[in-house]
Design a protein around this ligand. Structure first.
Ligand SMILES: Cc1cc2nc3c(=O)[nH]c(=O)nc-3n(C[C@H](O)[C@H](O)[C@H](O)COP(=O)(O)OP(=O)(O)OC[C@H]3O[C@@H](n4cnc5c(N)ncnc54)[C@H](O)[C@@H]3O)c2cc1C
Ligand SMILES: NC(=O)c1ccc[n+]([C@@H]2O[C@H](COP(=O)([O-])OP(=O)(O)OC[C@H]3O[C@@H](n4cnc5c(N)ncnc54)[C@H](O)[C@@H]3O)[C@@H](O)[C@H]2O)c1
Length: 451
């Protein structure tokens, strides 16, 4: 059995490693970076920049911790080296894992030339591979609207901004999804003035309104200008800056603009038509619950599959596909419930959620019990000098089973793991109370909310 995978991001690398470990011959094709372009050129660098901004914020809190003042200065070349160094380290680590499992890694661009053939064009020439099973895991790239021409200097897509050539004096961020709000946080904490073009009436459309309101309040406290209900439709660039024009005549001027208007799947040029693989209007490749496309031996995963675009989900899909390719129906079915995947937004305060949201339950008329505990009374939050935020748990009033929850505050991205386990395993609120969290720890607020 020969399993050919196009794209070595979280989805492709995990599928390759697991399938090879299960004894199959695997060839993995990657054109840019082993570990994934969206993952190592967006996800990880954005979190790295946020960590540096977080360190600057912590320095600003020194006096409150009983220490003298410090005035940190940003060293852009050092930050660049740190970001590149982390991505290179992770690329080497992933390559080494693949090598140890005996995966054949081919550098180049892959495309289907038929239902069971893949053509690879790379630095070493071209090669045609015959495959018994194929995984398409080509990821996505930043969407560039027709009215903008990124130049890597003043008009930036996310991948130009880790960090940009100079720290913007005033950054205009277009788009207030997860990426947009993380960039607002990143650049305000590094000292830039920021304006945010918000197409709806709240940042993070689709998220719990109370959570979005907490973030907006923090942005306003930092002096961020929010242009609500504004859709960017054009921009003018001159020597000194950029003006972004909105559909309702409003305009906002800054020294730089960052486009955070979503991603597009890498499906063009993949030869899908030659194999009869269906593709949606948005360019995603639809899959069933086994991650198979309409052609059963061709699978798709990660951002290309149009499911929840998260590295964690892509990795899980890769694992599931490897088992299905190698063991078919003999493997225990690994059910992937996208509604139960936790996610986090790395702003300050952090935001994390899992499972059923309060607003969602009310909209569907489902009876729920909601308990909320602020961190203001948490001894650990007081010790850390940061009492912002809260824990909210959504449970079934009849059984006490935990259906979901959200956390706003320090380390929310770590704390959510407790609720994620509860939601996945069908635990009850009493189970959290009985787990006796460490004292003093932020997790005590989880037990209190559950109590
Ligand atoms: C700004 C930003 C921040 C994010 N932050 C987070 C986060 O904090 N947490 C989280 O879980 N997710 C985050 N994500 C989402 C996450 O990065 C993606 O969901 C994840 O990387 C998708 O994995 P993938 O394997 O589908 O794609 P990718 O990681 O993009 O990997 C696909 C690979 O396929 C290669 N490829 C494409 N076409 C071909 C071809 N024809 N031949 C050969 N190779 C090809 C590409 O070069 C790429 O390396 C973030 C995304 C963005 C944009
Ligand atoms: N921390 C994380 O886990 C993390 C971070 C970043 C991205 N991601 C993943 O990437 C996915 C995509 O997030 P995203 O924020 O990049 O894209 P998105 O599509 O979720 O958000 C883009 C936003 O831009 C707005 N927009 C589009 N055109 C606009 C215009 N002309 N003017 C003003 N606003 C405009 C849209 O209305 C939307 O709200 C997320 O769902 C998430 O899965 C995850």
């Amino acid at each position: 059995m020969h399993f050919v995978i196009i794209g070595a991001g979280p989805a492709g690398s995990q599928a390759a490693t697991d399938a090879a470990r299960l004894g199959v011959e695997v060839t993995l094709i990657e054109r840019e970076v082993v570990g994934g372009a969206a993952n190592l050129w967006d996800c990880v660098p954005s979190k790295t920049m946020i960590a540096t901004g977080g360190a600057m914020t912590d320095v600003g809190r020194l006096e409150q911790m009983g220490l003298g003042r410090l005035e940190p200065t940003l060293d852009l070349p050092a930050l660049k080296r740190r970001i590149t160094g982390i991505a290179e380290h992770l690329e080497r680590a992933t390559t080494e894992v693949l090598r140890r499992q005996g995966v054949r890694l081919l550098r180049g661009t892959g495309r289907l030339t038929g239902p069971r053939t893949v053509l690879v064009e790379g630095p070493e020439g071209t090669e045609t591979l015959e495959a018994d099973a194929i995984l398409l895991a080509t990821g996505s790239r930043p969407r560039v609207p027709a009215w903008a021409e990124p130049d890597g200097q003043r008009v930036l897509v996310t991948r130009d901004a880790y960090p940009p050539p100079e720290l913007p004096e005033h950054l205009v961020v277009v788009g207030s999804g997860v990426t947009g709000v993380e960039f607002v946080h990143m650049f305000t904490s590094l000292g830039a003035q920021v304006s945010l073009v918000v197409s709806r009436q709240q940042v993070l459309p689709g998220k719990d309104p109370e959570v979005a309101a907490a973030l907006e309040e923090e942005f306003l406290r930092r002096g961020v200008q929010l242009l609500k209900g504004a859709r960017a439709v054009g921009l003018d660039r001159d020597e000194n800056g950029v003006t972004v024009h909105c559909h309702d005549g409003r305009a906002v001027r800054g020294s730089h603009v960052l486009l955070a208007v979503g991603s597009i799947p890498n499906s063009a040029g993949l030869g899908l038509e030659t194999a009869g693989v269906e593709v949606s209007e948005s360019g995603h490749v639809p899959i069933n619950h086994h991650c198979q496309t309409n052609v059963p031996h061709i699978y798709a995963a990660g951002d290309l599959s149009g499911k929840l675009p998260l590295s964690s989900v892509a990795t899980m899909q890769g694992r599931k596909i490897a088992e299905h390719v190698v063991m078919g129906h003999t493997a225990a079915h690994r059910h992937l419930n996208y509604d139960k995947a936790p996610s986090a937004i790395f702003t300050d305060p952090e935001i994390a959620d899992v499972g059923l949201a309060e607003a969602e339950a009310f909209a569907s008329g489902r009876k729920i019990r909601v308990t909320k505990v602020p961190f203001s009374a948490s001894p650990r939050a007081l010790i850390a000098g940061d009492t912002r935020g809260f824990v909210k748990i959504v449970s079934d009033p009849a059984t006490g089973v935990i259906l979901g929850g959200s956390i706003v505050g320090r380390n929310a991205s770590e704390l959510i793991a407790v609720l994620a386990v509860a939601v996945t395993a069908g635990l009850r609120v009493q189970d959290i109370v009985d787990s006796m969290p460490v004292h003093p720890a932020l997790a005590e607020a989880l037990a209190e909310a559950a109590d």
